[in-house]
Design a binder for this molecule. Structure first.
Ligand SMILES: [Zn+2]
Length: 159
């Protein structure tokens, strides 16, 4: 299945609000985007779901994990005919995939996407291009640099 995802300003606004709210406490945030297949063949981001999660932070760094309750929430929140195709999480500073991120089991569809937002979510104010993005290919997360390589699979649609 070819998974190409378009994210519009409504969903991005919700993501930014959530990530910056958790960031205001010095914590990373995480969530997934439920998408439905549009008529163009692209999947359209419909809903950002931030499940119950546990953040740790301190002088040795930050991390966030979805709790068991959160996993159940994700299962319950997925609307009919939708798939979770994009994982989004924030980092305190630079955006990149850590080893932990590579091993995160949240999304397993081949072609699934992962977006890392820098500066506790504030980076999203500069749009998706200011974020790091990765695509799952044969069980490996491959970085999609902003530009042509990314825009085949993930685009930001403005209002
Ligand atoms: Zn991370």
């Amino acid at each position: 299945m070819t998974l190409r995802v378009r994210i519009g300003p409504d969903v991005l606004t919700v993501i930014e609000a959530f990530l910056t709210a958790t960031g205001a406490h010095g914590a990373e945030g995480t969530g997934v985007v439920a998408c439905h297949r549009g008529s163009s063949g692209w999947w359209e981001a419909a809903l950002f779901v931030a499940p119950d999660q546990h953040a740790t932070f301190g002088r040795f760094g930050c991390s966030v994990t979805v709790t068991e309750r959160g996993k159940a929430e994700l299962a319950a929140a997925l609307p009919r005919d939708h798939l979770y195709l994009v994982r989004v999480h924030s980092h305190p500073g630079e955006a990149f995939h850590s080893d932990t991120d590579d091993a995160n089991p949240a999304l397993t569809h081949d072609g699934a996407l992962s977006v890392v937002v820098p500066y506790f979510g504030l980076g999203l104010r500069r749009g998706l291009d200011a974020c790091a993005a990765y695509r799952l290919m044969n069980d490996e997360w491959v970085e999609l640099p902003a530009g042509q390589r990314r825009s085949q699979w993930l685009v930001q649609v403005d209002a």
